[in-house]
Design a protein around this ligand. Sequence first.
Ligand SMILES: Cc1cc2nc3c(=O)[nH]c(=O)nc-3n(C[C@H](O)[C@H](O)[C@H](O)COP(=O)(O)OP(=O)(O)OC[C@H]3O[C@@H](n4cnc5c(N)ncnc54)[C@H](O)[C@@H]3O)c2cc1C
Length: 649
Amino acid sequence: MQFHENGFVAGDPERSQAARNMGEQPDTLPKRADVLIVGCGPAGLTLATQLSAFADISTVIVDKKQGPMTFGQADGIACRTMEMFEAFSFSEKILKESYWVNETTFWRPDSKQPAHIVRSDRMQDTEDGLSEFPHVILSQARVHDRYLEKMAQNAYPIHPFYARNLKTLTIDRALASQLERYPVRAEFEVTDAEGNIRVEVIEARFAVGCDGAHSAVRAQLGYQLEGDSVNSAWGVMDVLAVTDFPDIRMKSAIHSAEEGSMLIIPREGGHMVRLYIEIAKLRENERLAREEITLEHLIAAAQRIIHPYQIEVKDTVWWSVYQIGQRVCASFDDLPEHRSSDAFPRVFIAGDACHTHSPKAGQGMNVSMADAFNLGWKMAAVINQQSSPALLHSYSQERHAVAYELIEFDKQIAKLFSSRNSTQNDIKDSAENNSIAEAFQQYFQKHARYTAGVETRYEAGLLTQINASQALATGFPEGMRFHSAPAIRLADAKPVHLGHCIKADGRWRLFAFARPIADHQDRLGGISALCQFLETDEASPVVKYSPSDKPADYLFDLRVIFQESFREVELEIMPEFLMPRQGSLGLKDYEKIFCADKRPDENVFDMRGIDRQTGCIVIVRPDQYVATILPLEDIHGLAAYFDRFMPIE
Ligand SMILES: Cc1cc2nc3c(=O)[nH]c(=O)nc-3n(C[C@H](O)[C@H](O)[C@H](O)COP(=O)(O)OP(=O)(O)OC[C@H]3O[C@@H](n4cnc5c(N)ncnc54)[C@H](O)[C@@H]3O)c2cc1C
């Protein structure tokens, strides 16, 4: 992070001047906003935090709850989500507070005494090298806190409006094709501290329904979630307990012979633990309607499943019966069918509002945040007139495919988890039991990458260009998230992760991997020609699309990586384009040039299969996905890529 570019400022450098100057939040909604977000869950807060990075975009976020969440709901944070948190600059806080899932254990009935469970296997949770971040567990409420903190500090500081229940949302189609108009009108019912109800109305250019599985925005669009309405019900409880079960501080999947299955998720703080118990697995005479299930039922079930071990619950922090089907909405925006070239969406839905699935794979919160991260930068680019509104179509296209894939994955894992959902009478054969547990274990291992969130791949389309140059950087698959790798920053010899340069600021990153410097007459491995093109050529995206009153790296942030050691590369011969002047004092930016880390297993050229002779450019989207790979000298290909969606008619 760089700061003091406009002169020294005391205090927290993360806090923008706008946040310092901000007065009290008004107690009524503004009349208008560029973006209205309904719902302060993980999806809404991700979107609001992303949009708060843009000083010129006014965003309002609203929730029907009285205030921020304090406990409950989801808790699993995938490696990929941690990478996104790094873009929002709060990954370290999450790392510090959370439980780290390093090992998963599997328990099944003892073949000699089926009423007893035994540990059948254990495995490393996340394979080495999958991400620089671990898989962690932390209360959803604490994740919300980080977002709330960040969005209040950013360039357009945002504080949510609570106690507002969306009643109606309409789109004036006559205005919808003109970008600068406010065609969305939303009406909220507001309940004050005395219980009085009033109505507030807001107009917006865009609105996003992040309002959960029972989304009012989705209902206003006339859409429904399609699929199984209820697949299974899970009892979930966060407890403080005393037990002799040895793996209580490990993530553990337990299949008992006759008492059902349980998932143990250790939680932050060293004592709390989450227990998931599939309701259908309760004893036959206890298979009750959801409303009749009590905390006592769940505790009793946990005690039976864990036999011969004991568990004594001392305190229950939160519990719920979480009943959910595997369902998805046909479209994630308001233009389901007639996508003419000049029509663009005005209303979107994200997160549980457009897809729901069981908690078994721990994906609900992660995928919801990923939806919003996909959408936020696109909305900002269109509102700031840096990209054609056609860009907005790609949200539904890309995220719908991801949701379908997730539902399929969830169905398979749910089937395995519940494959003994029949009556107690047929739960007798321990051999059968063991093979189900084994199948679950194998499936779990095979799909660990998927649950880590790193398997998402956007198909070839407007933003993903799959081409022959993939061979130049085999470890950066086109359409997948930029798999970060270490490098040494030239100016100060600091080891840094390249992926951590990609902040949630809406900018495109161009990672240029140089050819050997000795082979090239400029002693810069082909980087001089690239810089010259970007800075001066009329076909350059920097020249064509960057606003003239903004710094050259305002939209396109070029980062260069040399394959030589930082001791062999000279800073003084670097083009000025790589050390642009910043802020009112015209200070130099020293953070764009890197060298390979020469320590064994740390060299990005080896780790990511970079062709050392050809070099390459890796174009990375603002949401950290690899858009395409090009040979280092393919400046026309570089220009053509951005010409696909940046020109505004
Ligand atoms: C009770 C419950 C228990 C859960 N338990 C688990 C679990 O154990 N494990 C797991 O992995 N996942 C669990 N989940 C799912 C997980 O929390 C979600 O997948 C995730 O929160 C989805 O995020 P979201 O932002 O899309 O929606 P949500 O987190 O549901 O957020 C939606 C927000 O919109 C607000 N809202 C809704 N309607 C309106 C309206 N008309 N006007 C204004 N605001 C509105 C809501 O108050 C809420 O704050 C649970 C969800 C719920 C609701």
